[in-house]
Design a protein around this ligand. Structure first.
Ligand code: UD1
Length: 335
């Protein structure tokens, strides 16, 4: 079998997936332009796995550079992690988000077509469900109503993939809708280290616990949920990474198709449960205050994970304690 091209392989979910691919003995080619990641990640992947891979520092909008990668390597499938992902920033810079995420995906798909590579795994997000009509969310739930350009890029790329498959059913496509990825590799060598003040809950908690930020603001305690705070389906990034290997297995053995899976645990935890668990397992303090709701937030979002379980054999194995412990272990090593 040929090599697996991983775009954004130095990023948070990409790096964890590369580790799992290398551990399985796959041959990996990474492209990344370090727009939101660091070069050291590549060395740390090698430290964890004791394996090597090919790397190109290129922007996936650079069509000639992407073509060169396909020219020089026998690529068999592509996992596309590359993309901008900051919700707030996407509201300020919609054109950059549409150009980068959608333009990059289209260039990648065109290049794949040119080189007759037709297996594609796409990083989508539960954000495509907008404000869900009911939870748990199944893959059949209505999509649309995204509240920011970042989410809309995911929605549009999903549509592009549907149209592409309709035009040529020799493509083999897997769309993975992630719920809330958190935690880090247990080695503490790779994880999520957002630049500046984090938007997402877990990195914010770790920065407060580390004393880098003074306190957490809990955005609203008057939602119609178990304790009034927002409920999400947090999934350990290593579990999530393994889901990509199962998706590739599916594309490698099944007849062609376009498949969509939720990747979550099926369990919803509130912001307060997350904070309390983090404090308890790590024995650290996380000062917080209750703040107004954040615009665009929904009360509750968690997956029905049964389709991924039945068709991919995917099941999250790590619990909230693991997520909190590993997230903190990584953060401590960054201090
Ligand atoms: C967000 C994005 C989503 C994206 C995902 C990536 C929005 C509206 N959605 O999801 O599109 O795919 O990140 O992981 O931004 N919270 C606080 N205080 C904080 C930060 C968060 O109370 O400082 C709460 C939020 O209100 C929410 C929960 O924690 O209830 C999780 O928030 P977050 O980690 O930002 O993820 P989502 O909003 O679910």
């Amino acid at each position: 079998m040929g090599k697996i091209l991983v775009t954004g392989g130095a990023g948070y979910i990409g790096s964890h997936t590369v580790v799992e691919l290398l551990n399985k003995g796959e041959e990996v080619v990474i492209i990344d332009n370090f727009s939101n990641s660091k070069k050291e990640v590549l060395d740390n992947i090698k430290k964890i796995t004791n394996k090597d891979f090919k790397f190109y520092e290129i922007n996936y909008l650079d069509r000639d550079a992407v073509e060169k990668v396909f020219e020089e390597n026998d690529i068999d499938s592509v996992i596309n992690f590359a993309g901008y992902k900051a919700v707030g920033e996407s509201v300020q810079k919609p054109l950059e988000y549409y150009e980068n995420n959608i333009g990059g995906a289209v260039i990648l798909l065109e290049t794949m077509k040119k080189y007759n590579v037709k297996k594609f795994v796409f990083s989508s997000s539960a954000t495509v469900y907008g404000n869900p009509e009911k939870v748990p969310i199944t893959e059949e739930s209505k999509i649309g109503g995204t509240t920011n350009p970042y989410g809309t890029t995911k929605l549009y790329i999903e549509q592009i993939l549907q149209d592409l498959y309709k035009s040529d059913n020799t493509w083999d496509i897997c769309i993975l809708r992630y719920f809330n990825p958190v935690g880090a590799h247990e080695s503490g060598l790779i994880g999520e280290d957002p630049k500046g003040i984090p938007n997402n809950l877990m990195p914010y908690i770790t920065k407060v616990a580390a004393g880098i930020l003074p306190e957490l603001s809990i955005f609203g305690n008057d939602y119609n949920t178990k304790d009034g705070t927002g409920v999400r389906d947090y999934i350990h990034v290593v579990d999530l990474a393994k889901g990509h290997l199962l998706a590739l297995d599916k594309l490698n053995k099944e007849d062609n198709g376009i498949f969509i899976y939720n990747l979550g645990t099926g369990k919803g935890y509130s912001v307060l449960e997350m904070v309390e668990t983090f404090k308890k397992v790590n024995n650290v303090d996380v000062p917080y205050k209750i703040a107004p709701r954040r615009e665009g937030d929904i009360a509750e979002c968690y997956a029905d994970p049964s389709k991924a379980k039945n068709e991919l054999g995917f099941e999250a194995t790590k619990n909230l304690e693991d997520m909190c412990r590993d997230g903190w272990n990584y953060q401590k090593k960054q201090l």
